[in-house]
Design a protein around this ligand. Sequence first.
Ligand SMILES: [Zn+2]
Length: 155
Amino acid sequence: MTPSRLPAYAWAAPASLFGLVLAMLALRHGQIRLRAGIVEAHGRAIAWLLRTATLVPGGAAALTLGHVVVATSAEALEATRAHERVHVRQYERWGPFFVPAYLLASAWALARGRHVYFDNPFEREAFASARSMPRGVERRSPKRATEAQRHRAGA
Ligand SMILES: [Zn+2]
């Protein structure tokens, strides 16, 4: 992290702190590492949480909280990295307002009869930006891609 990035880290710090608490679950039966200024963690307890306590149909492969990304496995971290990095940038933009804004956006989508996850504009940005990244930088999980494509097709 360079000094010029300090404000972005400070602005996202409340979410990052919560993310670090979640990442601690990987201390047993998991792994925590630092990659390009982002803490990445995966493990059994995190996998259970992501499968049972998120808005994603069928459970999430990964979740970003500030500068911390937790995932169900090392493979999931790899597959969702580009998508989750977009969420890191969103946290850097919105800071402590990101989570409320994200939840409001999901509620707004639901109120309009849209999908609570795929029609959230923060997710739309993450899917669109991750898609436009060069090969090798981004590899989404096949399940997520299939669901997104099916949803766009109106199924
Ligand atoms: Zn997302």
